[in-house]
Design a protein around this ligand. Structure first.
Ligand SMILES: Cc1ncc(C[n+]2csc(CCOP(=O)(O)OP(=O)(O)O)c2C)c(N)n1
Length: 261
């Protein structure tokens, strides 16, 4: 499934001629683990009250989210090739009013965790047992709102939320430690009152084990720091900042798809 999602990401962005392949490819195994081995949902009933919620806070990774939603059955995989076209439901940044399975319109970084905490607290008030998963970028962690959310989740003892941090160490135009050093990131989350688990973000077994561990943590939220590589899976995209926000050309896409065979 991870390979399938990677191929979708390459094809979609190449066809659109724009988009964000790097940060989509880095979180492929995270979404594969969530959507195909962990989350509770029903694609025929996207607004099912008891569904687990997945919030893509790093909204520019929309090609990845759309690929997972299509493979999960929310819409046909053929629709993926309409990415970023006028009148398509699959805009460059996801639109919760247009696309089934999208919990929150994101793209303006920093907001997803706050929203996630809101719906996690709502579950508690409504006595429902759904869980909330928020994918946050490590560059996104340079936004102040992320830390207000982190503080609030611990304060309100929100234990049905998991923040997964895509720790690919790059953001839009540089390494995170050069742009705004957030080290030691694990200690920061811990000091904000979170249970912290570190995993290899390309190892589905480690991700799934961490998601299960998070279910057992009571009275505090869990952060899974997933160590990843931006552009993972395509040799010339790995750790290549150019592909943060540039689509592969037709030739590059062909080469990428060959590598992903
Ligand atoms: C509030 C806000 N500021 C700036 C941007 C522009 N921007 C888009 S992606 C990005 C870098 C994000 O880095 P990270 O969260 O690490 O994402 P990844 O490297 O995993 O793609 C920036 C600064 C934005 N989308 N929103």
């Amino acid at each position: 499934m991870a390979k399938t999602l990677r191929r979708h990401i390459i094809r979609m962005t190449a066809k659109a001629g724009s988009g964000h392949p790097g940060g989509s490819l880095s979180a492929v195994e995270i979404l594969t683990a969530l959507f195909f081995n962990h989350l509770r949902y029903d694609p025929r009933n996207p607004r099912w009250t008891d569904r687990d919620r997945f919030v893509l806070s790093k909204g520019h990774a929309a090609p990845l989210l759309y690929s997972a939603l299509a493979e999960a059955g929310y819409f046909a995989t053929e629709e993926l090739l309409t990415l970023r076209q006028l009148d398509s439901r699959l805009q460059g940044h996801a639109d919760m009013t247009a696309t089934p399975g999208v919990e929150l319109s994101t793209g303006s970084l920093g907001q997803g965790l706050s929203f996630g905490i809101g719906i996690a607290i709502a579950a508690r008030l409504d006595r429902r047992d759904y869980r909330v998963y928020v994918l946050v970028g490590d560059g996104e962690c340079e936004e102040g709102q992320v830390w207000e959310a982190a503080m609030a989740a611990a304060h309100f003892k929100v234990d049905n939320i998991v923040a997964i941090i895509d720790r690919n160490q790059q953001q839009i135009d540089g390494w995170t430690y050069e742009i705004m050093n957030s080290e030691p990131l694990d200690e920061k989350w811990r000091s904000f009152g979170w249970h912290v688990i570190e995993v290899n973000g390309h190892d589905p077994a480690q991700i799934l084990a961490a998601l299960e561990e998070a279910k057992t943590v009571k009275g505090k939220p869990t952060a899974i720091i997933a160590h990843t590589t931006k552009g993972k899976g395509v040799s010339f995209m790995e750790n290549n900042l150019e592909f943060h926000g540039r689509a592969p050309t037709a030739d590059e896409a062909e080469q990428a798809l060959k590598e992903l065979e």
